[in-house]
Write a protein that binds this ligand. Structure first.
Ligand code: ACO
Length: 323
């Protein structure tokens, strides 16, 4: 018998305010047509002034608990992927823990920008396989609207706010690729590329700063590295792209998503796409897409899914799992 980390619940939350591309035409030299054709984004959600990352995360966590049919006390750990935690410390994860009324177990944040959810899943899987935890809530939550330079048209039209959550549970599998749960993981980072995508604030500046990005450079790395990490993870699971039911990619740009699918030899009808409605929600984009994909009836129990992301660092990776 082999232990596997199996998804037993999923949920998401999007702030109420929806901002269509046309809204940016009022303040910037941009157009709905440019944003749609260069990124695939049509609208995004922005958090209300009094809504923080931990608020969004708590709503998503509650939705995942309801989906799993369990209580917060049934969870051993919360791992929250975010680059926009409410405060420098304590972690947003401990804030969610308190809001859920959980007084046992442990909670911490993971920061790997847009790849954060992949890193968090990998951490959760390792803790389950080592016996440190039986059930882990893995959340991706962001309020990137708080780190936008609203005068920079090359970044502020691309991002949105939101949260998604998965609950993983240790279950016995047969040790084959037919098992439900996480089958393989691939993580990478290369700090030489730190200047391609960063926030120009933090404790060294005494400000929270704004996102800066050399978009076309990130784009170039993205298609090549995403296809490779997905293929590496599939190979580790003893599988190939032909075995996949779904790719659930990080939702940054439809052209990156299409380019990655093409490189892997897969058609777009095997890809869960939400970028048109959410924009780039960084670490929240994958759990949001998994939750929406399930709600749409795309992802079903037993389906083989690869999920992949790249972001600031650069940091990137992929997880292969059977839903
Ligand atoms: N409206 C109109 N014109 C614009 C806009 C805008 N909103 N933004 C940029 N432009 C202009 C530029 O100024 C440039 O004009 P110029 O040629 O006169 O200088 C022109 O459009 C082309 O700019 P590029 O940056 O070369 O455009 P590109 O086709 O590469 O698309 C984009 C830009 C959408 C940012 C794309 O590069 C991209 O998606 N990159 C990847 C971003 C990403 O995936 N990030 C991932 C991780 S995010 C994270 O980790 C937080």
């Amino acid at each position: 018998m082999t232990k596997r980390s199996v998804v037993i619940g999923v949920g998401h939350y999007l702030p109420e305010r929806v901002v269509p591309n046309a809204e940016f035409e009022k303040t910037l030299d941009t157009s709905d047509e440019w944003i749609r054709s260069r990124s695939g984004i049509e609208r995004r959600h922005f958090a209300a002034e009094d809504e923080s990352t931990s608020d969004l995360a708590t709503h998503a966590a509650q939705a995942a608990l309801a989906d799993a049919g369990i209580e917060a006390d049934d969870i051993d750990a919360i791992i929250l992927a975010t680059s926009t935690a409410d405060l420098t410390f304590p972690s947003a994860a401990t804030m969610v823990q308190a809001r859920l009324g959980m007084t046992t177990g442990f909670a911490f944040d993971v920061q790997a920008v847009c790849a954060g959810f992949i890193y968090a899943l990998s951490n959760a899987n390792a803790m389950i396989l080592s016996g440190q935890a039986k059930r882990v809530m893995v959340i991706g939550a962001e309020t990137f609207s708080r780190i936008m330079d609203w005068t920079d048209r090359s970044t502020c039209v691309l991002f949105g706010d939101g949260a998604g959550a998965l609950i993983l549970e240790g279950q016995e599998g047969s040790g084959t690729a037919q098992d439900r749960g996480i089958l393989a993981v691939d993580l990478n980072s290369d700090g030489r590329y730190k200047d391609l995508l960063y926030v120009d604030g933090g404790v060294s500046t005494g400000t929270s700063g704004y996102l800066r990005m050399q978009g076309n450079q990130v784009f170039r790395h993205a298609v090549e590295k995403l296809a490779k990490t997905a293929e590496t993870a599939l190979e580790r699971a003893g599988l190939g792209a032909d075995d996949l039911d779904w790719i659930v990619p990080h939702q940054a740009n439809i052209r990156i998503i299409q380019g990655t699918a093409r490189k892997m030899g897969l058609s777009m009808d095997k890809v869960v796409v939400t970028v048109q409605d959410h924009g780039n929600t960084s670490a929240a984009s994958i759990p949001l897409a998994l939750s929406v994909g399930k709600a749409r009836g795309q992802i079903k129990q037993g389906d083989l899914v690869v999920t992949e992301a790249i972001g600031g660092g650069l940091a990137w990776g992929a997880v292969v799992l059977r839903w």
